[in-house]
Design a protein around this ligand. Structure first.
Ligand code: PLP
Length: 449
C-alpha cells in the first residue's frame, strides 16, 4: 500500500519538544489537553494562535509566522477585507440563515457566479458545510446516477473524515479498528513519477503502467460508479494531461463518472482557477476549504446538467446547504480572486518559486525532487539521490529551523516539504521563505555530514 500522506506524528512530537512557549501558552496547552479528546495529528498541540492575518498566523507568544499550510483555507488570506465586509453586510441585512425550501439572493448569486467560472458544462451545484460531506454528495450523486455502487480511488489519499470519505481515501490511519469500510471502495496505487516501484523515469511508460492497472480494475468490476481523485495529488505530483485524458476516455467507455476533488486546488492555487483546467473537465468537481474564506466552513459540488436526475432523492440534505452568510463569503472569495488577478499572479509566483528551488537543487544534494504547479509545491528531501531514501530527520530539522525563523509548513510522508502559502503572499515574502529554506539547508547539510 502507498504511504500515508499524514504520517508525520513523530515530526510533530519532536517539534513540540523544541518549541519555546511562554507561561500563558503552556497553560492553554494544558487546558486543551485536559478537555479535548486526544487524537493523533491533532494532539499534542504544540502552540497556540492569537491571531491570523493575511498570509500570516500569530502564535501564542505574539510571533508572526508566514503560514504555508493553513489547512488549505487561507487561499485569499486570513481576515480578507472583502470576506469580512460580506459577513458584516449579511449581519446588518439580518440575512444569516435560510431554512430548507427557502432560497435567498446570496445563495443563488453564489451558484450563478461559481458555475460561470467553472469549466464549460459544469452548471449545477449543491453546497454543504464541509469538504468531507461534499465528497459524500459527489459520490452519492455518481452512484444514483449510474445505478452502480463501487468506487475507484487511490491508496493513501485523504478526501475527508466522514465514513464514506475515509473509505475512499484508504489511509489506514483513519480506517483501522473500524471494521468493514464502505463496500465496493476499490483502490489503486497513486501515480508516482519520481519514486515509482519500477524505478522508471520515462513518463509515458509510467503513465501507461498506471493506466493499465486502472483498466484492469475497470474490466474486472463492472459496477464502478466513479473514479474520485484530486487532479494534482496531495504530495504536489502533477499527473500528465495524457494520463487524465486516457483515464477519462476509459471512464466514458465504461459509464464511470470522473470526480475531481478540488477542495485544496480550486480558486487559483495551481495557476488556473480550477486545477482541472490543466487537464480535463470532470463530471463533478468538489470545492471546499478556501471557499469559506478562511472564516467559515463551506464546501460544495459543481456538476453537469445531465446529472440533474435525482428529484426523488436527497444527497445533500444539510442544515446549512443554502446558508446566506456562507454563500456571501463564497462569492466574496471568487470575486476577490478575480478582482486581484490572483490566478495569473499565482501562476507567475509559482514559476518563480519553483525555478529558485530548482537552483537550490543544484546546490544541495538533499533535494531529490521538486513537484508542483502554482503555489502548490512539494520538495522531496532524500538521503541519497540514487536510493531516494526519505530524509525524514533532515526534513524535521529543516521544518524546525524554518519555524524558528517564522516560516511554517508541514511535511508530507515525513520528508516532503509541503509549500502552500496563501495566494496573497508577496514576492518579497516568497524570497524570505526561499532564503530561509536555503539557510536551513546549509545548516542541516553541515550538521548531517
Ligand atoms: C483533498 C481533500 N479533500 C477533502 C478534505 C476534507 O475536507 P473537510 O476537512 O472540510 O471535511 C480535505 C481536507 O484536508 C482535503 O485535503
Amino acid at each position: 500500500m502507498a504511504q500515508s500522506q499524514v504520517n508525520q506524528g513523530e515530526n510533530i512530537t519532536s517539534l513540540s519538544a523544541s518549541l519555546k512557549t511562554n507561561h500563558a501558552t503552556q497553560e492553554l496547552l494544558e487546558r486543551d489537553a485536559k478537555v479535548y479528546y486526544h487524537q493523533t495529528l491533532s494532539t499534542p498541540v504544540f502552540n497556540a494562535i492569537q491571531q491570523v492575518d493575511g498570509a500570516y498566523i500569530v502564535d501564542g507568544q505574539g510571533e508572526k509566522h508566514l503560514d504555508l499550510h493553513g489547512n488549505g483555507v487561507h487561499t485569499i488570506g486570513y481576515n480578507n477585507p472583502k470576506v469580512l465586509q460580506a459577513i458584516q453586510d449579511a449581519i446588518s441585512n439580518k440575512l444569516t440563515f435560510a431554512p430548507r425550501r427557502f432560497t435567498n439572493e446570496p445563495a443563488v448569486a453564489l451558484a450563478e457566479k461559481l458555475t460561470s467560472m467553472a469549466p464549460k458544462g459544469l452548471n449545477r451545484v449543491l453546497f454543504c458545510p464541509g469538504g468531507s460531506e461534499a465528497v459524500e454528495m459527489a459520490t452519492m450523486l455518481a452512484k444514483h446516477h449510474t445505478g452502480k455502487w463501487k468506487t475507484l480511488s487511490y491508496y493513501g489519499t485523504f478526501h475527508g473524515a466522514g465514513f464514506q470519505s475515509i473509505s475512499i481515501g484508504a489511509d489506514g490511519h483513519f480506517r483501522e479498528g473500524l471494521g468493514p469500510m464502505m463496500p465496493g471502495a476499490i483502490h489503486l496505487e497513486l501515480p508516482d513519477y519520481y519514486r515509482n516501484p519500477w524505478g522508471w523515469t520515462n513518463q509515458e511508460a509510467i503513465d501507461n503502467e498506471y493506466i493499465r492497472q486502472f483498466e484492469l480494475q475497470v474490466l474486472n468490476n463492472p459496477d464502478i460508479a466513479a473514479l474520485i481523485s484530486e487532479p494534482i495529488f496531495y504530495n504536489s505530483t502533477v499527473p500528465t494531461k495524457y494520463y487524465w485524458e486516457r483515464i477519462q476516455e476509459i471512464c466514458r467507455e465504461h459509464g464511470i463518472l470522473l470526480i475531481f476533488d478540488e477542495i485544496y486546488t480550486a480558486f487559483g492555487r495551481t495557476g488556473k482557477f480550477f486545477a482541472s483546467e490543466h487537464f480535463v473537465t470532470p463530471d463533478i468537481l468538489v470545492v471546499g476549504k478556501g471557499f469559506g474564506g478562511g472564516v467559515l466552513p463551506y464546501a460544495g459540488i459543481i456538476g453537469k446538467e445531465e446529472l440533474n436526475t435525482l428529484h426523488h432523492r436527497s444527497i445533500g440534505h444539510y442544515t446549512h446547504e443554502k446558508n446566506p452568510l456562507c454563500a456571501a463569503v463564497g462569492k466574496a472569495v471568487i470575486d476577490y480572486v478575480e478582482e486581484e488577478s490572483l490566478v495569473s499572479k499565482t501562476a507567475e509566483l509559482g514559476l518563480y518559486m519553483k525555478a529558485q528551488l530548482e537552483e537550490m537543487q543544484n546546490e544541495f544534494q538533499l533535494i531529490g525532487n521538486i513537484e508542483g504547479l502554482g503555489l502548490n509545491i512539494g520538495v522531496d528531501l532524500v538521503k541519497n539521490r540514487n536510493t531516494k531514501e526519505r530524509a525524514k530527520e533532515e526534513a524535521t530539522e529543516l521544518m524546525k529551523y524554518c519555524l524558528s525563523k517564522n516560516v511554517s509548513f508541514k511535511l508530507i510522508q515525513g520528508n516532503i516539504l509541503n509549500l502552500k502559502p496563501s495566494l496573497v503572499i508577496t514576492k518579497n515574502e516568497i524570497d524570505y521563505v526561499l532564503t530561509t529554506i536555503r539557510n536551513g539547508l546549509s545548516e542541516i547539510t553541515t550538521k548531517f555530514n
